[in-house]
Design a protein around this ligand. Structure first.
Ligand SMILES: CC(C)(COP(=O)(O)OP(=O)(O)OC[C@H]1O[C@@H](n2cnc3c(N)ncnc32)[C@H](O)[C@@H]1OP(=O)(O)O)[C@@H](O)C(=O)NCCC(=O)NCCS
Length: 178
């Protein structure tokens, strides 16, 4: 039995954004993320430029988190291992995590990890249809770089922690995780 003074665990579901702009008041505390969520997420999802996924929690009307995916291509020099740079000498396709945000009131409860696990799962599905090098993102700041590193992402060659580094979770790591 859960002790009365212990916070109740969130029951989460992750689904594609619907017809309404459910992110119109989204607030994770990072201006560029909030601005994109409020103003562009639904528009670009409808245009087919990004796929936006929302985390909803039982008992909360508005989404408590979101992420968005698109495809991207990066040159061979950015790949992690020499054998990859040789094998993908024209560069490689990635599933790209463009944005990730958890509402301020729900940070540090594992929601970000759940959203990332969902994005990783979708990367596996894409890779089952067409090969991709992995899941990539551009990290917002040093704290997020640490956060992603703890979850298995690695900084691409030549990237600096000071300048929104390209970070990669390669498909060979994802396959091992599964
Ligand atoms: C970064 C973010 C997505 C993490 O999601 P979360 O649900 O709060 O984090 P989780 O509960 O999954 O993980 C908790 C860990 O994240 C760390 N963390 C919490 N907030 C963080 C933040 N703003 N930046 C970096 N790391 C953060 C915690 O220190 C904790 O680390 P620990 O496991 O070593 O104790 C979320 O804090 C957020 O939306 N931040 C603002 C927007 C942002 O920075 N987006 C990322 C753009 S690249």
């Amino acid at each position: 039995m859960t002790p009365a003074n212990q916070p109740k665990a969130l029951t989460l579901s992750v689904e594609k954004i619907g017809a309404e702009n459910a992110l119109s008041l989204f607030n994770c505390g990072q201006r560029p993320v909030d601005h994109w969520a409020r103003k562009s997420a639904l528009k670009l999802h409808k245009k087919g430029r990004h796929k936006v996924y929302l985390a909803s929690a039982e008992g909360y009307e508005s989404p408590i988190g979101f992420y968005s995916l698109s495809m991207a291509h990066r040159k061979a020099a950015k790949l992690l291992r020499q054998e990859d740079r040789d094998g993908w000498h024209m560069g490689a396709p990635f599933v790209f995590l463009d944005w990730l945000g958890v509402h301020k009131d729900h940070q540090n409860k594992g929601v970000g990890r759940i959203l990332l696990a969902d994005a990783i799962n979708r990367t596996m599905i894409v890779n089952d249809i067409v090969p991709v090098y992995g899941l990539a993102l551009s990290s917002l700041n040093k704290e997020t770089t640490n956060y992603y590193e703890k979850l298995g992402f690695r900084m691409a060659p030549g990237e600096s922690a000071d300048a929104n580094p390209l970070m990669i979770l390669p498909i060979f790591t994802i396959v091992e995780l599964f």
